[in-house]
Design a protein around this ligand. Structure first.
Ligand code: GLP
Length: 246
């Protein structure tokens, strides 16, 4: 019996609302909670909903903290394609969260190993992640944990797969501008979150969602490890759920 809780939404907008309900519950239970946040197009409806709910007085981000999954290597925080910039632009600048309480790996770190080790320490010092939001790459990557022969444990530097660079080139002027490396929380970092919420929308994600949650657990499909997490919810829209035996 599959333990993963799969919730089907009509479309991406409804997926955003259902995800916001889960965030709301976590934030209501613990106003000082730590949100593990993600980038990409998939979480955008959720971020829009969170902004609207704070404006409506339903949510309060002023005491919340956050830790982001990943960052491109070599991009400055104010680079429009950096994940720090993405978070400011799509969420942080529109809610009451204290910027000092938000962490994203440093894309400009001169000592990558030290920065990654320090990132893990920062998350630990925050008391760990209460809810980790995830999107999913077409090859099953979560954060930037690409398919490989093992599950990387902690925050680390990773070479990006060509399929990932191609998928992300839509945000850049050309493929040559897409960084070849990134920093990402490890699979162990993600699995240590008390709650995991993965969102997937669109027909192009249907096959990888099926493989991740109905196939074998293997580092060749990094998201499949989530089958072993004790509190994971997957929110899919109808298109992304189209191959699931639900
Ligand atoms: C990037 C991010 C991932 C994200 C993935 C899917 O590679 N590092 O965290 O899940 O893209 O993005 P999208 O939601 O745009 O399909």
């Amino acid at each position: 019996m599959l333990k993963v809780n799969i919730i089907k939404a009509k479309d991406p907008a409804e997926a955003g609302k259902l995800a916001a309900d889960i965030f709301q519950e976590v934030m209501t239970n613990n106003p000082n909670c730590v949100l593990g946040l993600a980038t990409g197009s998939t979480p955008l409806p959720l971020y829009r909903e969170l902004i609207a709910r704070e404006k409506a007085g339903v949510l309060n981000f002023s005491t919340v903290r956050s830790a982001n999954l990943d960052e491109y290597k070599g991009l400055a925080p104010d680079h429009p394609q950096s994940y720090r910039y993405f978070m400011q632009d799509n969420l942080f600048d529109h809610i009451s969260i204290d910027p000092a309480n938000t962490i994203v790996p440093d894309g400009l770190a001169t000592d990558a190993e030290a920065m990654c080790a320090e990132y893990e320490k920062k998350i630990e010092a925050m008391g760990g992640v209460d809810i980790q939001l995830l999107g999913i790459g077409h090859d099953g990557h979560i954060g930037f944990n690409e398919p490989c022969d093992h599950f990387p444990v902690a925050t680390h530097e990773v070479e990006l797969e060509e399929i990932t660079r191609q998928a992300n080139k839509r945000f850049f002027d050309s493929i040559d501008d897409v960084p070849t490396a990134a920093y990402t929380m490890g699979i162990g970092t993600v699995m240590a979150a008390r709650k995991v919420l993965l969102m997937a929308t669109g027909k192009d994600k249907a096959e990888i969602v099926y493989k991740s949650f109905f196939g074998p657990v293997t580092p060749q499909v990094p998201a499949s490890i989530l089958q072993f997490h004790s509190d994971v919810t997957v929110i899919v829209d109808e298109a992304a759920a189209s191959l699931l035996p639900l």
